[in-house]
Design a protein around this ligand. Sequence first.
Ligand SMILES: Nc1nc2c(c(=O)[nH]1)N[C@H]1C(S)=C(S)[C@@H](COP(=O)(O)O)O[C@H]1N2
Ligand SMILES: [Mo]
Length: 522
Amino acid sequence: MAQRSTQGGKRFFVWAALAGLVSGAVFLAAAELFALLLARSASPVLAVGGFVIDIVPQPFKEFAIATFGEYDKIALLAGLGLAVVIASAVGGILEYVRPPLGVVVIVIAGALSTAAVVTRAGVSPLGFLPPLLGAAAGAVILVMLSRRLRTWKAAAVPADGEEAPKAMGRRQFFLLAGIAGASAVIVGVASRAVSMAVTSVEAIRDNLSLPKPKSTVTIPNGAELDIEGISPLFTPNKDFYRVDTALTVPTVDPDTWRLVIDGMVDERVEMSFQDLLDMGLDEYVITLTCVSNEVGGELVGNAKWLGVPVRDVLKKAGVKGDADMVLSKSVDGYTASTPLSALTDDNLDAIFAVAMNGEPLPPEHGFPVRMVVPGLYGYVSATKWVTELKVTTFEKDEAYWTPRGYSAEAPIKFSSRIDTPKLGAAVDAGRIAIAGVAWAQTVGIERVEVSIDNGDWTPATLSAPINEDTWVQWFLEWDATPGTHYVAVRAVNKNGDLQIEDRAPIAPDGSTGWQRSLIRVA
Ligand SMILES: Nc1nc2c(c(=O)[nH]1)N[C@H]1C(S)=C(S)[C@@H](COP(=O)(O)O)O[C@H]1N2
Ligand SMILES: [Mo]
């Protein structure tokens, strides 16, 4: 009899874990529902995810990107999901074995997710409520399920000599677990789906028509070479590299978007999207580059932008004498530190961009407004979903990447890249074109040189440059003979400087080195 009791008792741990899982699901579903009703963007799951992204050390982030590639954020969410499942199951068992320890687990989870939500930028004042209400709902369900479970156990595994009470507990337990579990799934999924639909900026963006620009950029003849495999002169938006720390693409409604200029200014300025458009748009062609671009890498792209000069907006606020930096802030909390001089220089086209290659900015590239500054790496200048410029000093303020191992100031190191032939792809013997792109924003490319099999450096033919802020295409014709050949490329800028040969890693302020590749000729 005693033997039967122990065996019969064990299976209740499984049901206690199930009670924990159901409570966890109720927690998340209730939080999602209240986030939808009270405070959009206060989803604890996304807030905790965003928080984790911001606090994990840089080497771990690099490991995640190296291991999961562009699925790094999905991997993070899956990891979080697993953590929630384990914590919920453990909470359920604890509440069964030693109440109220399970409730304590939920309270801790509620406190952590509230902290994550309220420290996110752009959260509404009621943002703290959804995770708290979610935790409360989860705790109530856990207590109720645990009680039923104990009633059921008392009935099924009576202590020696005790009379078995009526076996009601079992039915009641499964009834509540079933209803609570099913409702959590339905409410949670529906709330998340509605949240995503009502915040669909896609719909708003599709209906947006931007005013015609006051001026356009003339594209010279010969700006684009007709060579198979070379990067197109303008990178299509769908192929444009994307780099940001946002777990989900921020959704910003242009109607409620505001740009604030504050800090060391004569007068704080606040502008609406319409105010910005009313300043008049001009067209710019600027090549954007990421500091994480390795030699020969893909994190560089060229686009036509419509925008307004940042200096014209700064003039409205009036910059105070000893400021030397502008900290631009995004709705997602991201910040970039740009030297003030780069934004006030009359000869530099630092802009607030609203359109990219003939359409409103794609959501993932910063809709409705982002910055683009020629000659500076994206992380110190190209803030997407930008909403505030704080005029300040490098001494007083620090941007997102500065404490994470990257320089506070980072001009783009000019570089050249081989696009074709691709490494490893065999080409037929005969006359072929070796071709690629080269960029030296704000200075311009003077010359690109190619060396084959360690031979002399031969000047390549360049496309007609659009301006100094834009990459040029280059090519060299070559009689390919069967076998494997080395090819190397380097550029010279319009100041006469030779591209740096020594290899440097991307941190702290951008890679250097000449790209060397192999061509296989069949
Ligand atoms: N809000 C926000 N803006 C951001 C970033 C970011 O993480 N968050 N990343 C920057 C970096 S590192 C680069 S290289 C460019 C990339 O712009 P793209 O994604 O449109 O190519 O955006 C910059 N702007
Ligand atoms: Mo970047």
